[in-house]
Ligand binder design. Structure first.
Ligand SMILES: [Zn+2]
Length: 241
């Protein structure tokens, strides 16, 4: 009986060793690893008008999906923004459990300038902020080109539409190219018409341009999914699985 348990334990340990080996090999090849720290949401509040600017006392409930990318020995945190009350310490705990201290974070990237992806920007003392056009290191505001590789395999692409200051990330992962973007808020690719877009036409152009290239899609109020529109044109409709 005891020997049987020992054998089972040995089997578990060797399976774990094989998995860690696989992870290390993949990491050494320079592919980026994306880990979600928090899943965002956007929801109406009962009795309140959902759309901004419709009434003077409208309101909505939202948070942003917070994530971390590890690549080439560098750590990037994405969209450290609004979370539900009391949830921020849990996010920092998840980072700590991955062996990442706030001071280890090399860059913070924000998908646009509204408070939803930016509210906790100050939590990473050594991390320059990266947005659609620049890298902000202390008092130095340094410009970068479109398609800027911020850490190995992680590229910032300008995707104006929701605001003129929106960008997305193209991330080279083991599972293919991942598009991390606010161009879609949710996993059903809604809202098709962004109710607060500064330029809906530009939003649609950039959606079609990038969506067909990506194997994986990560809408920044949602979570990572397989891209149903890889190599085909998005039909401009909500996506139902
Ligand atoms: Zn916004």
């Amino acid at each position: 009986m005891e020997i049987k348990y020992l054998r089972f334990a040995a089997l578990l340990i060797s399976a774990w060793a094989a998995m860690s080996l696989q992870f290390n090999v993949a990491y050494a090849e320079g592919k980026a690893k994306v880990t979600m720290l928090y899943k965002g949401h956007v929801e109406p509040i009962q009795g309140k008008t959902f759309l901004p600017w419709s009434t003077h006392d409208g309101a909505r409930s939202l948070s942003t999906s917070v994530f971390v990318i590890q690549s080439g020995g560098k750590v990037l945190v994405g969209d450290p923004g609004i979370v539900r009350k009391g949830d921020w310490p849990t996010i920092m705990e998840k980072l700590a459990n991955m062996g990442i201290r706030p001071s280890d974070v090399a860059y913070v990237w924000i998908d646009h300038h509204h408070p939803d992806p930016t509210a906790h920007l100050g939590a990473f003392p050594n991390a320059p902020i990266v947005d659609f056009w620049s890298v902000y290191t202390d008092e130095v505001w340094a410009d970068h080109p479109n398609y800027f590789e911020v850490i190995p395999g992680v590229t910032v692409v300008r995707t104006p539409g929701h605001t003129n200051e929106d960008s997305s990330l193209l991330v080279d992962t083991d599972d293919g190219l991942m598009l991390i973007t606010h161009m879609f808020w949710h996993n059903d690719l809604t809202p098709v018409i962004d109710p607060v877009a500064e330029d809906q036409h530009s939003l649609d152009v950039h959606r079609r341009l990038l969506l067909q290239r990506a194997d994986l899609l990560f809408p920044t109020h949602g979570e990572i999914m397989k891209n149903p529109f890889k190599n085909t044109e998005w039909d401009g409709k909500p996506y139902r699985r």
